[in-house]
Design a protein around this ligand. Structure first.
Ligand SMILES: NC(=O)c1ccc[n+]([C@@H]2O[C@H](COP(=O)([O-])OP(=O)(O)OC[C@H]3O[C@@H](n4cnc5c(N)ncnc54)[C@H](O)[C@@H]3O)[C@@H](O)[C@H]2O)c1
Ligand SMILES: [Zn+2]
Length: 396
């Protein structure tokens, strides 16, 4: 004889995404709003981590942060310590040392659950420091200031963080929504061409599965995007960010308790290609190839037409992406393509059966649960030979 007492509770989350320029200009109050200072009470304190890449071309940023906090002291916000500059990029996610580094600074500076960790950086810095913030005292509020295109339109908005381990992307991590996101377009001006371009892949990805009009507009504006028109990029980022936020807040499974990961269309191979290339490929560069692969796979399944598949590849190529990488030719000891391990890792990350998002007509999606290697081989043969009409083939 046994008894069962079923329990259930829900925790509401609410956060704002700001789109601005010059967040540390003295008259910009986005960060004051984000820190919810308690008037008449103790000031809201913050530790700040800054991606080294974001200050390389902008060495006055640290000074601007100090000046901004000094100017807003009366608003009840305070720096708990001088901002810490850390090397950005995927290498940071390969080291769990970042956990102790952030933990130690929180310990030394008396950071509590009513304090903030402000993370200024690309997706890698947001993921690694965000993970650290999420485990200190079981979760310090984090304000994200993404500084790359990819981070502003995708990584910075999500509820996930993590570090890589055992050759597997994001093996350790938590689901922790941000307290606030502030997208400042000025940060994008110092990106090199590769990091400028990389995030565009996430916009193409989300357009294919959620918004056919957006995909058409991306095609129309692909040349402007390649030519680094900032206003066009701001348009892309806001549209892409809102599609991601809409999914996270309304699709009913923000913490991925089911087996479906629609926002990870094209990612099963992308994550594997990143690892196989020893992170020579940026996440967004791998996503562009992964999206091309899964789009051609969708053509093979009759879910989109050959013309639609070609249009997707042409948009990516016009933006400047290379759609083939030599890691796709690597084989494991059994003679299978090494990239295919990505399917197993993708499935194991969520558990349950293999679930891949696929377009079902442009702008719509549904999941598939089988993956056929012969079809995949046909896709790779086509992709390797594919050349866009009237688009210069990108080189690096
Ligand atoms: N948590 C999520 O939901 C989520 C979603 C998508 C991607 N990601 C992760 O995000 C990471 C990729 O992020 P990314 O594309 O931003 O690359 P990144 O963070 O690796 O940054 C790329 C390079 O740009 C530099 N940089 C950052 N900001 C700069 C600036 N303003 N000017 C000049 N250089 C700058 C960095 O120092 C780094 O060298 C991957 O680890 C990926 O797995 C996470
Ligand atoms: Zn991604």
């Amino acid at each position: 004889m046994s008894t069962v007492h079923h329990q259930t509770f829900a925790v509401p989350y609410a956060f704002d995404a700001h789109f601005t320029r010059d967040v540390f200009a003295p008259d910009n109050d986005a960060l004051v709003k984000a820190m919810h200072p308690r008037v008449g009470g103790r000031p809201a304190r913050a530790l700040i981590y800054v991606d080294e890449g974001a200050i390389r071309q902008n060495p006055k940023l640290i000074q601007a942060i100090h000046l901004w906090f000094a100017a807003h002291e009366a608003d009840g916000v305070q720096l708990a310590a001088a901002p810490e500059v850390i090397p950005g990029g995927e290498a940071l996610k390969g080291e769990i040392a970042i956990l102790d580094k952030v933990g130690r600074a929180c310990f030394d500076n008396g950071i509590c659950r009513h304090s903030y960790i402000i993370i200024i950086g690309g997706g890698a810095v947001l993921d690694a420091v965000g993970f650290a913030a999420s485990i200190v005292h079981r979760g310090i509020r984090q304000i994200r200031l993404p500084t790359t295109v990819l981070a502003q339109c995708d990584a910075g908005l999500g509820v996930k963080n993590g570090v890589n381990r055992f050759g597997s992307k994001n093996f350790y991590g938590t689901f922790t929504p941000p307290s606030t996101i502030i997208n400042d377009a000025r940060f994008l001006e110092s990106l090199d061409d590769r990091s400028w371009r990389a995030g565009i892949a996430e916009a193409v990805k989300v357009a294919i599965i959620k918004d056919a009009d957006f995909l058409v507009q991306l095609g129309e504006r692909a040349v402007k995007l390649r030519e680094r028109d900032l206003a066009t990029m701001e348009w892309l980022i806001e549209r892409c960010a809102l599609l991601h936020l809409d999914h996270i807040t309304k699709a009913g499974d923000p913490f991925e308790q089911g087996s479906s990961r629609p926002l990870d269309f094209g990612h099963w191979s992308a994550h594997r290609m990143e690892t196989l290339s020893n992170h020579r490929l940026l996440h967004g560069e791998a996503v562009a190839i992964g999206v091309a692969i899964d789009s051609l796979y969708a053509v093979e399944l009759g879910r989109i037409t050959a013309e639609e598949g070609d249009r997707i590849l042409t948009i990516l190529a016009t933006c400047g992406f290379r759609l083939w990488d030599e890691v796709l030719d690597l084989r494991d000891a059994t003679g299978h393509r090494a990239v295919l391990i990505g399917l197993t890792q993708f499935r194991e990350h969520l558990g349950g059966e293999l679930t891949l998002a696929m377009p079902e007509g442009l702008g719509k999606r549904s999941d598939i649960h089988d993956f056929e290697e012969p079809l995949f081989e046909r896709v790779l043969t086509r992709l390797k030979r594919w050349r866009p009409a009237n688009v210069p083939v990108p080189t690096r």
